[in-house]
Design a protein around this ligand. Structure first.
Ligand SMILES: [Zn+2]
Ligand SMILES: [Zn+2]
Ligand SMILES: [Zn+2]
Length: 383
């Protein structure tokens, strides 16, 4: 082993490893022209997205060096240690306080909380319950079965995906094209549609509006939308069935649901769009997403659940550059305390305890051990 290799340890067993993600992915593409530096040959480029393709693959530079098994495993250990220290160092860099980013973040927190509050409305819940087939309602004694049937019915019978709305005169979306946005009218605002997409049918020149409703009551009538509408309506249906459910907003472009299963004593991930049941790593492993912030919302709490959905919490931490971590943790804690205190003493105590147990799960990464089936690529479109 040369001196250089000791300075910058690298793991060499004949395979090419990318430096920042060595333990996570070993996919590679052959470079058009191998890059040669003094110490290393870069014949391949990592395809992983963790460093946006910018990372280089490292291979033993000196030719003809044969390592013993012992040397190999030592190199491997050194390399792992080196990587870990480097990643932790990068992750420890604090995001500076930034008022504009914080305001935008808080705005998202507020509007999503306001939205989640709607799930508790008695009339909305009654309407929700009336939509669900009685045979699913009757499965109350078997919550797992009930939720699995609910998500299948929701995906395949109840709700429809809408990339673009159909033209009302042509009864088709064939010639419909997006032409911009429209101002929300009184009805749009009543049902919490702050965005209205505007489309034009090239066939008959009809203008078609697509208000992005956030009120579940309205969604039980329209029964269409993208993942935002899907998750909103589905989370509300879970609550109507008596489950403790929350909506999870992923800051990169998706929305899904979590339901607390008392019999499993933990939160379970459910994605109505796909549908997925208890497969939290699908987004990163199956879709190749690079998650940043995933925040769960209900009328009772607001929790940063990102760790449940990420392959590597250190890499996740490196990508979280919107707001200062301490600011975010404090902000969420304040909201939680306020929401808990509205629930009364004994309920607040119960929620606080459950939250602490959940934090333990998230920190231990134990949620990652549950899913074992292969991860499927994305079925639905984006938000
Ligand atoms: Zn890689
Ligand atoms: Zn890489
Ligand atoms: Zn038309």
């Amino acid at each position: 082993m040369g001196e250089r290799a000791q300075q910058i340890p690298f793991y060499c067993d004949g395979s090419y490893l990318c430096e920042p993600c060595a333990e996570l992915c070993r996919t590679k593409v052959q470079r058009q022209k191998p890059v040669k530096t003094k110490a290393y040959k870069f014949n391949y480029q990592c395809q992983c997205k963790f460093m946006r393709g910018g990372c280089k693959l490292r291979y033993q530079g000196e030719e003809g060096v044969v390592l013993s098994e012992e040397e190999r495993s030592k190199q491997k250990e050194d390399y792992k240690k080196y990587l870990n220290e480097k990643l932790l160092m990068m992750a420890a860099r604090e995001v500076p306080l930034n008022r504009l980013n914080q305001q935008q973040f808080e705005f998202s927190l507020e509007s999503n909380l306001e939205n989640a509050m709607l799930y508790d409305d008695e009339i909305t819940r009654a309407v929700a319950l009336s939509c669900i087939p009685p045979e699913i309602v009757d499965l109350a004694s078997n919550p797992v079965q009930q939720l699995k049937e609910l998500v299948n019915w929701f995906k395949f019978e109840f709700f429809s995906w809408c990339d673009k709305p159909p033209c009302p005169s042509c009864k088709s979306d064939q010639a419909v094209e997006r032409v911009g946005s429209d101002t929300p009218n009184a009805e749009d605002r009543e049902y919490h549609a702050s965005q209205v997409e505007k489309y034009l049918c090239k066939n008959c020149k009809t203008t078609v509006r697509f208000p992005r409703y956030n009120h579940p009551m309205k969604l039980f009538e329209t029964r269409t939308g993208r993942c935002g509408e899907w998750a909103n309506a589905f989370t509300c249906l879970c609550i109507a069935l008596g489950h403790d459910a929350r909506k999870v907003l992923d800051w990169t472009d998706h929305v899904w649901t979590e339901v607390y299963l008392a019999q499993w004593e933990r939160w379970v991930h459910i994605d109505a769009c796909e549908p997925l049941f208890d497969k939290p790593l699908t987004y990163e492993k199956g879709w190749g997403k690079e998650l940043t912030y995933c925040i769960a919302f209900s009328s009772k709490e607001m929790v940063d659940v990102s760790k449940r959905y990420v392959v590597d919490p250190v890499l996740n931490r490196m990508r979280r550059d919107r707001v200062n971590e301490k600011w975010l943790a404090d902000t969420l804690q304040q909201r939680r305390e306020a929401l808990w205190s509205m629930q009364g003493d004994s309920q607040a105590q119960f929620l606080r305890k459950r939250y602490q147990i959940e934090q333990g799960h998230l920190d231990a990464g134990s949620a990652h051990k549950f899913p074992s089936e292969p991860f499927q690529p994305r079925q639905s479109g984006a938000q």
